[in-house]
Design a protein around this ligand. Structure first.
Ligand SMILES: [Zn+2]
Length: 205
């Protein structure tokens, strides 16, 4: 499972990459990894930007799987701690989560109930469509647990889901894989919208 420093390094890498790629801007979004140990998680602190997450542990807080900081931790965990803790409790194999407000995915999910696995690459990587989850709150609450559970329970290794009018939640065996999955969801949503546009153009001819 790795030690605290190893987790900080992976979280800084994933956060930096998401920020650099533009799948998360400003101070939105959050990410986490499981550990140290099976029953804790290291999550982004509330209010900070992905750009501030460092391998030295800045903007990161270690909590239990219900968002309670471990003794000695300073800082407050992301307001999305319920989502992170819930997923680690539901999925024993899950090692990392990237949640970001990437625009193509959000745009697609307003009017669709899933994002189809359109390209050969996403079929190979994910092998499934990406469900859209209808949590109508700016953050996932304990009472939303059944909706989240329904989105992931039939897949032994769910790669991601999209929260309607909100953003992507990408999952992985570690947080770097979760970040890559978030990028792939965003790329797929962009292709889905461009394909839709292309079809409309060709139907007009
Ligand atoms: Zn969010």
């Amino acid at each position: 499972m790795g030690g605290k420093n190893e987790h900080f390094t992976a979280l800084a890498l994933a956060a930096g990459r998401a920020y650099m790629r533009g799948i998360q801007t400003g101070s939105g979004g959050n990410l986490s990894c499981r550990g140290p140990g099976d029953n804790t998680m290291t999550v982004k602190a509330s209010g900070g930007s992905f750009a501030e997450v460092s391998a030295a542990g800045e903007s990161l807080v270690v909590t239990d799987l219900y968002g309670k900081p471990l003794p000695g931790e300073s800082g407050k965990p992301t307001r999305e701690f319920v989502l992170h803790g819930l997923l680690y409790r539901l999925l024993p194999e899950l090692g990392g989560i990237m949640h970001c407000h990437s625009p193509w995915s959000i745009a697609w999910a307003f009017d669709h109930d899933f994002l189809p696995a359109l390209t050969l690459h996403v079929q190979l990587k994910f092998g499934c469509d990406i469900p859209v989850v209808n949590v109508l709150s700016p953050m996932v609450r304990e009472e939303d647990a059944p909706l989240v559970e329904a989105a992931v329970k039939n897949n032994p290794r769910p790669p991601a889901f999209i929260l309607r009018a909100h953003g992507v939640v990408a999952l992985g065996k570690n947080v770097v894989e979760a970040e890559h999955n978030a990028e792939l969801v965003e790329e797929t949503a962009q292709i889905a919208l461009l394909r839709d546009f292309s079809e409309r153009l060709s139907n007009r001819r």
